[in-house]
Structure formats: structure tokens, C-alpha cells
Ligand binder design. Structure first.
Ligand code: GRF
Length: 205
């Protein structure tokens, strides 16, 4: 356990949770000096919840359907994070967009992972978009979350080639391997400090 509140992470998921697993493994292997205080899913059937339970991490299911507005849903998440002294929020395949409620509560402390080299191919089905566009290189981006979807300052990017015989599935799988390296690396970089956001750029202070 770490007691420093800024090292207490919440990981938010909606699905299978392989990126959550990469964070769990990185903490376990001491590549990531942090504690995962809680895993929150907006879906009760998210397979990632089982990964958290197996690792002995507290889980919560907060379905967005149980709150009348985005802001009220965010307030519910926020109060769960506050009672657990969470200092950083990792969106690991969490399929909801935050309102100002969460953004203002965690300035430069919410990270998202996206399976493309942003700013190319934001939004859903990024590997499908990359294939359809015919790019030769794709990859993963870990970025700070801002009000604009998939457009915050970039912390880490890793590239993969796009092969002639790729399908959406094979490309997504190749990107996923890099995702699992990039996410823990980005979280650690953020926790290490010594950086500033200069315009759009995440750079050394
Ligand atoms: C990943 O491809 C991530 O980049 C995107 O959603 C997917 C989540 O996969 N945001 P998993 O649930 O972490 O396996």
C-alpha cells in the first residue's frame, strides 16, 4: 500500500479489462509505483470486474442508467473516489464521456487510452477507421482527458505497422500489445511529476 494520496488510482472500465490487467500487473511487478484503490464499471457484466476481484481490488458497479444526467452520474462517481482518497483516474475502456464535474475535480489527473495515433481516428472503432483510411502505421495514445473527446495532451504514443492482410481484429490485437506497455508507462510518468502542459504539449517542466 502507498499512503500518498496522489498514488491512489481508480480504474474505470466498461468491458473485458485487459488494460486494467496491465495496470494490475505493473503494480505487482513494481513497474508502477501506485495502488489501485478501486475499480468502477458502468456495466455489471464487465469481465474486467473479475480481474479486479481476483487481484483483491475493491469493485463498484455504477450504472449510468441509474442517474438522470451526466452531471449527477459524475457526482456519484466523484463521491466514491473522494471517500477513497483517489488522486488519479485511469479510463481503461470506459465508454462514458465525463462532464465538467469530473474534469474540474481531477485537473490533469484523468488519463484515457485510445487505440490510434491521435489526432487520427478519435471516437469508436479506431482500428476499423485506420484500415478504412489505408494508413500504413497506427498505434496507441495515452492522453490527459479534457472536455474535447480524445483530444487532450498526449503523454505516450507507441506505433505498430498496418499490414496488407490485416483485419480490424488483427490490427486491434497488434495495437493492444502496445497498449499494455503504454498505459502503465504513462501513469508512472504522470506520477513522477516534473512535467507541465504547455499549450497542447505534455513536456518536462
Ligand atoms: C482498448 O482498445 C482501449 O484502447 C479502448 O478500449 C479498449 C479497452 O480494452 N479505449 P480492454 O477492456 O482494456 O481490454
Amino acid at each position: 500500500m502507498t499512503s500518498d494520496p496522489n498514488k491512489r488510482l481508480a480504474v474505470l472500465i466498461s468491458g473485458r479489462g485487459t488494460n486494467l490487467q496491465s495496470l494490475i500487473d505493473a503494480v505487482h511487478d513494481r513497474r508502477l509505483d501506485a495502488t489501485i484503490a478501486v475499480v468502477i464499471s458502468n456495466r455489471a457484466d464487465a469481465a474486467g470486474l473479475e480481474r479486479a476481484r481476483r487481484a483483491g481490488i475493491e469493485t463498484l458497479v455504477l450504472s449510468h442508467r441509474d442517474w438522470p444526467s451526466r452531471e449527477e452520474y459524475d457526482r456519484a462517481i466523484l463521491s466514491e473516489l473522494q471517500v477513497r482518497d483517489v488522486g488519479m483516474v485511469c479510463l481503461a475502456g470506459f465508454m462514458r464521456v465525463f462532464s465538467r464535474v469530473m474534469l474540474d475535480a481531477f485537473p490533469n489527473a484523468i488519463l484515457n487510452i485510445h487505440p490510434s495515433l491521435l489526432p487520427s481516428f478519435p471516437g469508436l472503432h479506431a482500428p476499423r477507421q485506420a484500415l478504412a483510411h489505408g494508413v500504413k502505421v497506427s498505434g496507441v495514445t495515452v492522453h490527459l482527458v479534457t472536455a474535447e473527446l480524445d483530444a487532450g495532451p498526449i503523454i505516450v504514443q507507441r506505433t505498430v505497422p498496418v499490414l496488407e492482410n490485416d483485419t480490424e481484429e488483427t490490427l486491434a490485437a497488434r495495437i493492444l500489445v502496445e497498449e499494455h506497455q503504454a498505459f502503465p508507462e504513462a501513469v508512472q510518468r504522470l506520477l513522477d511529476g516534473g512535467w507541465i502542459v504547455n499549450g497542447r504539449r505534455f513536456v518536462k517542466a
